[in-house]
Write a protein of this length. Structure first.
Length: 212
């Protein structure tokens, strides 16, 4: 699948799975010095490959008639300082709830480790600005995901599939936390408990094979 076809595919999935509504949310995928990004003002389930602009890593438009997403500077800033090859940004409901009420998403489930642990909430700044890009970049340090205060979430990956799955996981973790709050006080995993999970994942016990 070409970079632009990938944007169409995952844009459609993002809408189908209720991660974005209207023209909100944007995706990008990188190859070398080029980045294919979703266009501004088009719903993510209405994209065709030709609609998706291609910019270079310095932000110059290389191909396409439509304007790149207004969050393109944020995407480029993240590519500049991480190994990310793809980025997904949505305004998903539970992620946005946490981003409007908390300064971080605590580790209520060990799967948070798949995103690098506690998810930071980047300080608020106007969408599309270099300030927001800088805040997101700082919040993403050592992580696969960050939340953006009063805005939404952003995840990165080595592929668009990985970044998309990270967005789904981020939303699931936020939903578990928010729903947990309505039942009681969610228990937060300790550093020791999280370290034990890492140890377990690195040293999985092998099942003994029964010999006939
Ligand atoms: Zn946004």
């Amino acid at each position: 699948m070409s970079l632009r076809e990938q944007l169409c595919e995952y844009g459609r999935r993002a809408v189908e799975q209720g991660l974005v509504i209207g023209t909100s949310g944007n995706l990008s995928v990188r190859q070398g010095e080029l980045v294919a990004v979703t266009p501004s003002g088009v719903a993510l389930d209405r994209l065709t490959p030709e609609m998706c602009p291609i910019v270079d890593i310095e932000g110059y438009l290389v191909e396409g008639d439509l304007q790149p997403s207004s969050e393109t500077p944020m995407h480029l800033a993240v590519y500049e300082t991480t190994a990310a090859q793809a980025i997904v940004h949505t305004h998903s409901v539970f992620g946005t709830v946490v981003a409007t009420t908390m300064t971080e998403l605590p580790a209520v489930h060990y799967n948070a480790l798949l995103l690098g642990g506690v998810v930071r909430v980047a300080e608020y700044a106007t969408y599309g600005t270099p300030e927001l890009a800088a805040n997101v970049r700082a919040a993403l340090e050592g992580r696969q995901a960050a939340l953006m205060a009063n805005h939404g979430g952003v995840t990165i990956g080595a592929t668009l599939e990985q970044a998309f799955e990270a967005t789904r996981l981020l939303e699931w973790l936020c939903e578990v936390y928010v729903r947990g709050l309505s039942v009681g006080k969610p228990t937060i995993l300790t550093d020791e408990q999280l370290a034990a999970v890492v140890d377990r994942a690195l040293n999985p016990p092998a099942f003994p094979r029964r010999t006939p």
